[in-house]
Write a protein that binds this ligand. Structure first.
Ligand code: HEM
Length: 522
């Protein structure tokens, strides 16, 4: 009798196990069947096409194994050299991609056929976080994107608007200099990466939302969580028909949680702006910020698209996220390259000190336009270290003939800016940090020269160039003017330049340096 229940338990547990195995096998068989069906369908669709060449594709995953891991921009460059180089095909899960790796092919995609490639693929993270891609960067091509892009270039990030934030940049950079001077007095190394991150975050949040000190921690949480998911490659994005994949991995729930958290912060910020406006109050000393600009447009209601609260939240969140890491990355790499190349550092420093005159002055933006060598240094930093090495993906809106190959409608396009900016057919000693290459040279990063595509080009070119560069130039001029820099003891053999691929291509390890005050050396 004692054995019976035991036996029954055993029996029921083994039948439970068996049914679990059966379920598993059934699910696997179903996935396999659907995948085979999709693969067959794709094969029959593409059989008659002259697709660009590419590496051999594995069943089901295609070339995903060639994308995952540490340095996809380098691996894609190597694949392009082997199979391309201009354009190669990759199958990532269910989706056909082309990879663009040379200036010639970049020109075809971002100029000759710009309109045909002006859309973005649908990706789960921006879709949830920006409430149905109500932002600008991930909005598909169409009337909505056109209207929002217009608002962005004419109202939010225009030269006049960027100029109106000058006092914010000058105040915050001056705070950074004061804080570095205190560390210099103590002779301590500083975590320059962290300090530059705080700087870019504060400048962008003041420009976007005004002074919101009490929300700084909340913004930090939004940043910590979101920066890594917005861009980057997610395997589930390569299998859009397997809608359950992000659900069972918990990724969808994580995104919804992040969206909810950000939403409540932005709701509060916008609510505060609204009540201040209705009470006729102005923020202490702050001029119009980006939320104000969007609320003005909402009130005017003279745009083709009504500006809803959801749109204001999505756009401000995007500008907040888009500007911080990109500017930080540019600052930390350009500074690292100068430390690695003392000749360049000294030349840039001499220029700044010569233009700005006697020591101990506040470096504001008045004379920055005279710093021509510093412009070249920044260009060279941006060329070698594009913060977004694989540009935000595009998607073909129609079938296109590209470089003699067929590119079917809805093909995803990866532009490898990192490889293009180092193309040996267009740049002498492409891996060398040599700012003088820009002397008497008309090539720049503004989207007209396809051998230098750090900000993209064409209709989707980055609208935040002036905003970002204003922060970068003022900051570097101050770091050069006020301080000498030394490597801490543990880095005496040379500065570490290891990259970390994520939302942006950052330094793997924080940049730690010892500042020495200019005055202190007198
Ligand atoms: C060093 C700084 C920056 C770099 C390197 C950079 C780079 C880029 C790149 C590569 C793109 C995609 C271009 C394409 O698809 O062809 C882009 C798009 C965009 N960037 Fe920037 N960016 C920077 C700063 C900023 C700033 C400061 C803002 C705003 C505050 C901003 C806002 C945007 C927006 C809204 C888009 C989407 C444009 C569209 O799809 O129509 N960026 N950026």
């Amino acid at each position: 009798m004692e054995y019976l229940p035991q036996k029954m338990i055993c029996c029921s547990s083994s039948s439970f196990e068996a049914s679990k195995i059966q379920n598993c096998l059934f699910t696997l068989a179903a996935i396999l069947a659907v995948t085979l069906f999709i693969v067959r369908k794709q094969r029959s669709k593409t059989a008659a096409l002259n697709l660009p060449p590419g590496p051999w594709k594995l069943p089901i995953i295609g070339n995903i194994h060639q994308m995952v891991g540490d340095q996809p921009h380098r691996r894609l460059r190597d694949l392009a050299r082997k199979y391309g180089p201009d354009v190669i095909s990759l199958q990532l899960g269910e989706l056909s991609h082309i990879v663009i790796s040379t200036p010639e092919a970049a020109k075809l995609v971002m100029k000759t056929h710009d309109l045909a490639f002006a859309s973005r693929p649908s990706l789960l993270a921006p879709d949830i976080i920006y409430d149905g891609s109500k932002d600008i960067a991930f909005a598909p091509y169409g009337e909505y994107w056109r209207q929002m892009r217009k608002i962005c270039t004419l109202e939010l990030l225009s030269a006049k608007r960027v100029q109106s934030f000058r006092h914010i940049r000058e105040e915050e950079v001056s705070n950074l200099v004061a804080s570095l001077a205190r560390s210099a007095d103590a002779g301590q190394p500083v975590d320059l990466t962290q300090m530059l991150f705080n700087l870019t975050r504060t400048i962008i949040s003041r420009a976007a939302f005004g002074k919101v000190q009490e929300l700084n921690d909340a913004f930090q949480i939004v940043l910590d969580n979101m920066s890594d998911v917005i861009a980057g490659f997610r395997v589930s994005d390569f299998y859009p028909s397997f809608k359950f994949l992000p659900t069972i991995t918990g990724y969808r729930a994580k995104l919804h949680k992040m969206h909810k958290a950000a939403d409540s912060i932005f709701e509060q910020v916008i609510g505060d702006h609204k009540s201040r406006r209705s009470a006729g109050r102005k923020d202490d000393g702050e001029k119009e910020d980006l939320v104000d600009v969007l609320l003005n447009l909402q009130e005017k209601q003279d745009l083709g698209i009504p500006i809803t609260m959801e749109i204001i939240k999505a756009v401000t969140l995007e500008l907040f996220l888009a500007g911080i890491d990109t500017s930080l990355t540019t600052l930390e790499w350009t500074m690292s390259e100068m430390i690695k190349n003392p000749r360049v550092f000294q030349k840039a420093q001499e220029e700044v000190r010569q233009v700005l005159g006697e020591r101990g002055k506040d470096v504001d933006e008045t004379h920055l336009h005279q710093l021509k060598y510093l412009d070249m240094v920044i260009s060279e930093g941006l060329r070698l270290h594009p913060p977004i090495p694989l540009l935000i993906p595009r998607q073909s809106r129609e079938k296109v003939e590209l470089d003699g190959y067929d590119v079917p409608i809805n093909t995803k396009v990866i532009v490898n800016a990192w490889a293009i900016n180092r193309d040996p057919r267009h740049w002498v000693e492409p891996d060398k940090f040599y700012p003088e290459r820009f002397l008497d040279c008309s090539i720049d990063y503004k989207g007209n020269d396809f051998q230098f595509v750090t900000f993209g080009a064409g209709r989707r070119v980055c609208p935040g160039i002036s905003f970002g560069m204003a922060v970068v130039k003022l900051t570097l001029a101050n770091l050069l003017y006020h301080f000498q820099w030394e490597l801490p003891f543990e880095m005496k053999q040379g500065i570490d330049m290891t990259e970390s691929f994520g939302t942006s291509l950052k330094r793997m390890n924080a940049l730690r340096l010892i500042p020495i005050s200019y005055d202190g050396r007198a």
